[in-house]
Design a protein around this ligand. Sequence first.
Ligand code: FAD
Length: 162
Amino acid sequence: MLDERKVAVETDFLVERIDGRTLVSYDEREIGFDLLVTVPLNMGAEFVARSGLGNELNLVPVDKHTLLSTAYPNIFALGDASDIPASKAGSVALFSAEVFTENFVRYVRGEPMTACFDGRVVGRQPDDGRAHHRGLQEPLALGHRVGGQHSRDGRAPGAAAG
Ligand SMILES: Cc1cc2nc3c(=O)[nH]c(=O)nc-3n(C[C@H](O)[C@H](O)[C@H](O)COP(=O)(O)OP(=O)(O)OC[C@H]3O[C@@H](n4cnc5c(N)ncnc54)[C@H](O)[C@@H]3O)c2cc1C
């Protein structure tokens, strides 16, 4: 279909500069254009960068189920600030807030975090109970996360079982 419509795809083309009507990539490839429509890299907020909590995209790395920071045991991040692999959308912020509030209360009580964000970006239909679109780019496997400061059930190291 792309051939039919005379669409050429140039992959891994990282724009370094624009010379007149030519795009130039970091590896010195050039593509001419008549009309340029370009989308800048979608990054997190500058204040996240200044805080030192962000990754290279100014997003706070969190456990994608519990939204607890993977670096700090007393910080949660949700919405656009987090690095969960879901859309940066108001609906994601809304649904992840539901998970956060439930988990936060359990967390401060020293109980396991049982609420689990599933990447939902739209509401569930009453007829089938399933999300119509999952926002996460991969299915969320249940089970215990390894290598972090908290297990998947959210129990902090040394915390009493809930
Ligand atoms: C043009 C546009 C259209 C969009 N359309 C849609 C849509 O149709 N549907 C959809 O689902 N999503 C849409 N979105 C995305 C949606 O707006 C965001 O994903 C959502 O607002 C994220 O919510 P948040 O609470 O994480 O962050 P935000 O809504 O950005 O809230 C962050 C808050 O932090 C405040 N803040 C910033 N710095 C500081 C500081 N230093 N101290 C204290 N407070 C601070 C800000 O003022 C802001 O109020 C759109 C976004 C844009 C820009």
